[in-house]
Design a protein around this ligand. Structure first.
Ligand code: F6R
Length: 234
């Protein structure tokens, strides 16, 4: 995955063009980010021509909160590569409620103005979410404020030292925003992802399981380890 990204960034740089990368947080992309950092340090991969858009941010967490996705991205990637800070976009966590709609349409506009997302990295949640598009989320949804599914909050409980501390809302790109990306890479590792991965591939596309809607994308790739792939029927 890192090699695929590195080749595309480098090709665009040769043509003096930017590469628009959609980023995810959570445990799944950590190894990918480690490898991108290694390619930057050891092979001279530059992110100077990259424009990034993160999928989502918890609503209510300021950027410097240790649990925020701003902080996750700073710690796991941005502080260790040469991506110019003004080219990295993450939805705001503390936008006043009455300004959220304008913030969300501004996020969509910024993606369009950057030329659209070339490659979107995704993980999948236990609820079947992509980004924080919880069930039901349909293919017309764009960046917006959402309530987090109880499964999502339960899965995050350990890292927040208890479910009561997990935010109840988030700002996320929509299913439509994700489906507009030119290429989508869904990554999943481990046995606890096996059922939801199989369902996302084998059930008909439906807002009730948001990840099934990736089946409508013309250039989507699933990167799975054996455990995560173990329940897909042949
Ligand atoms: C993260 C995101 C989520 C995660 C998903 C899987 O930005 O949008 O959809 O990708 O919840 O999380 P992990 O990787 O922690 O299992």
């Amino acid at each position: 995955m890192a090699a695929i990204i590195a080749i595309q960034i480098t090709e665009r740089a040769k043509q003096n063009q930017s590469f628009v990368l959609g980023l995810a947080t959570g445990s799944t992309p950590i190894l990918l980010y480690k490898e991108l950092i290694r390619l930057h340090r050891e092979d001279g991969l530059s992110f100077a021509n990259v424009i990034s858009f993160n999928l989502d941010e918890y609503y209510g967490l300021p950027a410097d909160d240790p649990q925020s996705y701003h902080e996750f991205m700073r710690a796991n990637l941005f502080s260790q590569i040469d991506l110019p800070p003004h080219q990295a976009h993450i939805p705001g966590g503390v936008i006043p409620r009455d300004q959220v709609p304008a913030h969300c349409s501004g996020y969509e506009k910024a993606i369009k103005e950057a030329g659209g997302i070339d490659l979107q990295i995704l993980g999948i949640g236990g609820s079947g979410h992509i980004g924080f598009n919880e069930p039901p989320s349909d293919e017309r949804s764009t960046t917006r404020l959402v309530s987090l599914d109880p499964i999502t909050r339960r899965d995050a409980a350990d890292s927040f030292s208890g479910i009561g501390n997990v935010p109840t809302e988030a700002i996320t790109m929509g299913v439509k925003t994700i489906l507009r990306s030119r290429q989508v890479f869904m990554m999943a590792w481990g046995e606890n992802k096996a059922s939801i991965v199989a369902r996302s591939l084998q059930e008909s596309p439906s807002p009730a399981l948001p990840a099934t809607q990736l089946q409508r994308h013309p250039d989507v790739h699933y990167l799975l380890d054996e455990s995560a792939a173990s329940k897909i029927s042949q």
